[in-house]
Structure formats: C-alpha cells, structure tokens
Design a binder for this molecule. Structure first.
Ligand code: NAD
Length: 358
C-alpha cells in the first residue's frame, strides 16, 4: 500500500468545503494543508479550524507544495477554477455538478488530458449504502430482473441557502440533487438511455426548480424514475423497486426496508377477494402469505476503495477512477435533456452522441 501523502488545498470553505476537511482528516493518503475562500469570514473560520487560509487563488496556484486543489465553490465558477488549477500542474477534485453544461465539461476534460493532471468529480453518493443495496439487487437479481426503479428524496425545507436559488450560480434541485440520483442510475444501469420525460416544479416561486420528476427509459427495458421535492411534509420511500419476482422498498436513510418475493416452492395461489372501499376486488387483494417470502435487504455492494483513496490511487497511476469523466459527461447530457423535456413537454430521444455504444 502506498504511503504517499498528497497535500490538498480546499477552495470554497463553506458547508461542503469544511465537510471535506473533516472527512479528509480521517484519510491517510490526502492531507488538507490549507484553504482559500473569497470571503474573509470563511478564511477566519478555516484558520480557527486549524487550516491556514491563503490570501488569494494565485497564491494557491503558485505554491509548489500543493499537489491537489479541491473545488467546493458554487457551481458557476467550477469551470474557471478547475482549468486554471490543471494548467498550474495541480490535480483536481471538483464538486458536483462539475458544470451546468456539457460543452464546459468537455473543455475541462480536454485540459485534463492535455496537462496529464487528474480531474475527478465528487459524485460521492455512489458510495451511499441505500444506493449500494439497490445496486446489489440489480446486479444479483434478488427480486428477479429489476424493471422499474424509483428513487426519491423528499424534504420540506424549500431550497436552502443563497446561491442555490439563482440560475446564474447553477441553482435549483435538478442540478443539486438530480445530478446525484441520475449519476446513480447511469452508474448502475448497464444500458443506453432511450428516452426521457420530465416535469420541473416551481411551487416556491424561485427562478429555479424547487423539485422535479424525470422518467428514463433504457434500451434494456428498465424504467427509472427520479423525483426530488422540497415541499414534502410526508415523504415517500427513498427507493421503491420492482423486479420480475418481487418488490423491494428502502424507506429512508436509516435503511429500513424489505423485499417481498414470490415463493417458487408454492404454486400460484388464487387470491381471495377483499372489500376495498365500497367495492370488492381480487385484483388488488394482497399477495397470499404462503405464496410470498418477506426478506431483509441484501448487504450493500462494496466499492474497492473510498472516494479519496481511489483519487490517490488514480493520481499515482495505480487504479482507474471509480467516477469516470465520460460517465459524468453522460449525466450532464442527461440533465440538459431533462431540462429540455420539461421545457418542451415532449419525450426527448436524442441521446446518441454521449451514450455508450452497444
Ligand atoms: P456554500 O455556499 O456553503 O459554500 C461555498 C463557499 O465558496 C462559500 O464560502 C463562498 O464564499 C466560497 N466561494 C464562492 N466563490 C468563490 C471563489 N471564486 N473562490 C473561492 N471561494 C469562493 O455552498 P456549499 O453548499 O458548500 O456548496 C459548494 C459546492 O459543493 C457546490 O458545488 C455544491 O453543489 C457542492 N456540494 C456537494 C455535496 C455533496 O454531497 N457532494 C453537498 C453539498 C454541496
């Protein structure tokens, strides 16, 4: 195992920047040696937290002791900060969404290739356990082949903070949470996207979306629905998935959930009619208990390493990135098309350029 330490300067010492500092403190390969924030009050907080604050970005760029720059600013300035960092010979970790548009990320990728410096996007929710349980079910067929995957995050606190309310900064929930949910789909579902429909919500009167719903159809027959809401005082389950042999649910971040599977040992059991409302139904009667098995959720899929360890490995040429830039590009293209589908109220089908070849 490598014992190299890579010195990291965090640029943008706000909510996420300071969280990175806490996480990296537990990592043996990376070490936070300083920060830079445009706000003096944030530079002060950084100093109080024990991380020396640079006076300006040039000082970070020109410091030969800095190996890695981690960008955790609002989304609109990611591109410029990343490109200058790469051009100064630094490796870069950039927060999500890496940019708002495909063409901007293409430019950033080109500079990364040209300079031979690593650029890796912090799609950290690929490591979320709830997602990794669903990925395990998708890969191993615990409830048969998944054909409908519904992924939701619901809050009741509206859009948080300041810049997330504004389009110019890359605000809105599709760019904020949507980029995670769609990234999880693209990482898990091994097929090309056939079509997208979507609807954005503007319940709170912001200029950006306060939530959205997007439905993706994949060529392998999977339908995936992502939904984000910020006005949901009662939440729907985090995950609801249907397979050819059962159904599974993960209620929330506590990972409470279950799978209900057809019992192959027992033949088909005729349902008994139930009274439903004022009517009678067999169709909607619950599955018979003898014909089904209720099981606990599987152990989550395990990545080979953490985000930060993987980044260090990639810098040292020891591994492939777990978050690959062509996947990030694919998600940005998908987001552009989710916006387009919402705007035109049409089914969008033109995915050919960025989708993997069959
Ligand atoms: P924030 O507003 O709390 O912090 C942003 C900080 O950047 C502020 O302190 C601000 O002063 C500073 N800043 C702005 N422009 C700058 C510049 N040009 N140079 C240096 N500093 C600058 O925002 P946040 O919630 O921390 O979000 C920051 C980024 O992290 C966003 O891209 C966001 O999407 C991402 N984020 C990711 C996750 C995740 O789990 N991956 C979670 C939260 C936020």
């Amino acid at each position: 195992l490598s014992t190299n330490t890579h010195s990291v300067v965090i640029v943008g010492y706000g909510g996420m920047g300071s969280y990175h500092a806490k996480l990296i403190a537990n990592n043996t390969r990376l070490k936070v040696t300083g920060t830079y924030d445009i706000l003096e009050e944030r530079r002060k907080v950084s100093e109080e937290d024990g991380y020396p604050a640079y006076e300006n970005y040039e000082a970070v760029l020109n410091d030969p002791a800095v190996d890695v720059i981690l960008i955790a600013t609002p989304n609109d300035v990611h591109k410029e900060l990343v490109i200058t960092a790469l051009r100064h010979g630094k490796h870069v970790i950039c927060e999500k969404p890496v940019t708002m548009f495909v063409k901007d990320f293409e430019e950033m990728m080109a500079v990364s290739e040209e300079t031979g410096r690593v650029l890796m996007v912090h799609q950290n929710r690929r490591w979320d356990e709830d997602f990794l349980i669903i990925k395990e079910m998708y890969d191993k067929g615990m409830i048969g082949d998944l054909f409908q995957i519904e992924s939701r995050v619901h809050g009741a606190n509206g859009i948080p903070g300041d810049w997330r309310h504004l389009e110019a900064y890359g605000g809105g929930m599709l760019l904020d949470w949507g980029v995670h949910l769609l990234d999880q789909f693209v990482f898990m579902i091994d097929s090309r996207i056939k079509s997208v429909t979507s609807r954005l919500s503007f319940i709170l009167g912001d200029e950006v979306d306060d939530g959205f719903e997007a439905t993706l159809e994949f060529e392998n027959g999977v339908t995936a629905i992502a939904e984000v809401g910020t006005t949901n005082f009662i939440t729907l389950p985090r995950w609801y998935v249907k397979g050819t042999e059962g159904t599974a649910v993960i209620e929330d971040w506590s990972l409470k959930g279950r799978a209900v599977i057809q019992n192959r040992e027992v033949g088909k059991v005729e349902p008994k009619p139930i009274k439903a409302g004022v009517g009678l139904t067999k169709t909607m009667a619950p599955p018979s208990e003898e014909a089904t098995l209720t099981e606990s959720l599987p152990e989550p899929f395990q990545h080979k390493s953490s985000f930060y360890d993987n980044f260090a490995d990639v810098v040292e040429g020891e591994a492939e990135p777990i978050v690959k830039n062509n996947e990030v590009l694919r998600v940005l293209n998908l987001i552009e098309n989710v916006f387009k589908a919402a705007r035109t109220r049409e089914v969008v089908k033109d995915f050919d350029i960025y989708e993997p070849k069959n």
